[in-house]
Write a protein that binds this ligand. Structure first.
Ligand code: 4NP
Length: 159
């Protein structure tokens, strides 16, 4: 089982988008039974909320489901429950350090770390930029490469 948690600041714009896009990719590849996918935020402002309307609009345009997704905050138990904790930017990475986790237990990386020659190292926050199209472009590329990377990693470990 591959357990993947996407993390951003509010859990209403970028990480819910990544959760939905990654789940869509996994479904297309017929690998649903091999994955647990979730998202969470570092802040608590939007706990219980559906994704931001900009994220919903973009996902609706593409017929990508976000059904049942509600914002929640990162909890210490996530570090044991997930294999991959994938953040959107350097600030998220810095904020996660307050949990004092062990890097041997979980892979904590920025989504753009999986993209070779990525246009950005950090995914801009559309809550402030309002540019949900550009965020989607980066999230899609990141999620495709993350999926590829996990599959290659699994292959290496079974041979
Ligand atoms: P996200 O964007 O981290 O991509 O969900 C944000 C959403 C809300 C806030 C900040 C960022 N906020 O300050 O409420």
């Amino acid at each position: 089982m591959n357990k993947v948690l996407f993390i951003c600041l509010g859990n209403i714009c970028r990480s819910p988008m990544a959760e939905a896009v990654f789940r869509h990719i996994v479904k297309e590849k017929g690998a649903e039974q091999d994955f647990v996918i979730d998202s969470a935020g570092l802040g608590d402002w939007h706990v219980g909320s559906v994704p931001h309307k900009g994220t919903r609009k973009k996902l609706d345009e593409l017929a990508i489901s976000y059904q049942g997704q509600r914002a929640r905050q990162v909890v210490p138990e996530d570090f044991a429950a997930f294999d991959y904790m994938i953040v959107m930017d350097q600030q998220n990475l810095d904020d996660l350090s307050r949990f004092d986790y062990n890097t041997e237990d979980v892979i904590v990386k920025k989504l753009m770390d999986f993209v070779i020659d990525a246009k950005e190292e950090n995914i801009p926050d559309p809550y402030f930029t309002k540019n949900f199209d550009y965020t989607y472009e980066l999230v899609k590329e990141g999620c495709e490469q993350l999926f590829h990377n996990i599959m290659e990693h699994n292959k290496e470990n079974t041979h």
